[in-house]
Design a protein. Structure first.
Length: 336
């Protein structure tokens, strides 16, 4: 049977929202990574803890300035007896001093921990910036230019990694701190803070430079880099406009993983006597002093110790979750 032209009627289009076809919206790599990160409950709890500690680090000096917390005032009336131990149970815990007071001095322990978080975070962030900055620049140069540049940077990395870092930190501390003072940095803790940042940043970049070098060796063979070279783009533009934007994932992950390492390193340096000197509080020198009272006043030992543990654990867990979220081949994201 033959149909006329008029009988060829088009199928009516859907007229309601339910009948309309559902459009599929594409998602950017960042949106996919963010969804994977949100699905990781452990990483999100760690992220909340990091935000809390970041707020404390920013707000604590302000609270000290306006008198809400007081980390410097001595309270001899709150300590007594042999060894000048805190009066009351659990290290002198009270409404005025929620974590008790220090032996010998009677200073408020909570205030000193809050200010210690501020200084430790500032040191770790500054050292991370130094490490990441040097690692990115030298890793880019080694991976992109290869040849003599790659060989020279590789041997420099081997030389730095061959140093016994801990022994060098202790041995060079008096000399380098004095050199910093002679260069115009105020003596005492300011020069020690500068020394710690410089040493941690200097010894930390080789590991990251190797990561960046490997990434750049892979990226420089991609079509977008070859296209930029064929169009006559300068090498500096290729490095910082084409390659660097594709390195943000390892930079972000490395930063979140190395920052708690530097917080722990400051604590270790203070414990060994080359860190920040009291009465300026850090988690490191609080731990160093509290070891002497671990039996007589466990609260004094546990409070800064647990704080340091939680800070480092939060950053490590969030760094692991961020790495899994940014790696599309990982099957662990969201499975925790």
């Amino acid at each position: 049977m033959t149909l006329s032209a008029g009988e060829f009627a088009a199928e009516p289009l859907p007229t309601t929202a339910e009948e309309a076809p559902t459009s599929v919206a594409g998602r950017s790599p960042w949106q996919i990574a963010r969804a994977r990160l949100r699905a990781n409950r452990v990483a999100m709890v760690a992220f909340v803890a990091i935000v809390v500690f970041a707020v404390i680090a920013v707000v604590a000096p302000i609270l000290q300035a306006v008198g809400v917390i007081d980390a410097t005032t001595l309270h001899p009336d709150l300590v007594q007896g042999p060894g000048a131990m805190p009066t009351g149970a659990f290290g002198g815990i009270s409404l005025q001093h929620p974590l008790g007071v220090e032996p010998q001095t009677g200073r408020d322990l909570l205030s000193r921990i809050l200010l210690g978080i501020t200084l430790d975070t500032a040191i770790a962030v500054a050292a991370t910036i130094v490490s990441v900055g040097l690692g990115v620049v030298l890793g880019l140069v080694a991976g992109f230019y290869r040849g003599a540049a790659d060989w020279s940077i590789g041997r420099l990395i081997d030389l730095i990694l061959a140093f016994p870092q801990l022994l060098m930190l202790i041995a060079l501390s008096p000399v380098l701190v004095q050199r910093l003072t002679d260069a115009g940095i105020p003596s005492g803790n300011p020069s020690k803070v500068t020394y710690i940042i410089a040493v941690l940043g200097f010894f930390g970049w080789p590991y990251f430079a190797r990561i960046i070098r490997g990434q750049v060796l892979s990226l420089r063979e991609r079509e977008f880099v070859e296209a930029a070279e064929m169009l006559g783009a300068r090498r500096s533009r290729i490095n910082f406009k084409e390659l660097l934007p594709n390195l943000w994932a390892p930079i972000l992950v490395y930063s979140t993983l190395v920052l708690p390492t530097y917080i722990s390193a400051e604590a270790a340096m203070s414990f060994l006597g080359v860190g920040i000197v009291p009465p300026t509080p850090t988690l490191g020198n609080l731990l160093q002093d509290s070891v002497n009272y671990a039996t007589a006043d466990p609260t004094y030992f546990l409070a800064p110790g647990l704080t340091l543990f939680i800070v480092v654990l939060a950053f490590n867990q969030f760094g692991d979750g961020l790495r899994d979220a940014l790696d599309p081949r990982s099957d662990r994201a969201g499975g925790r």
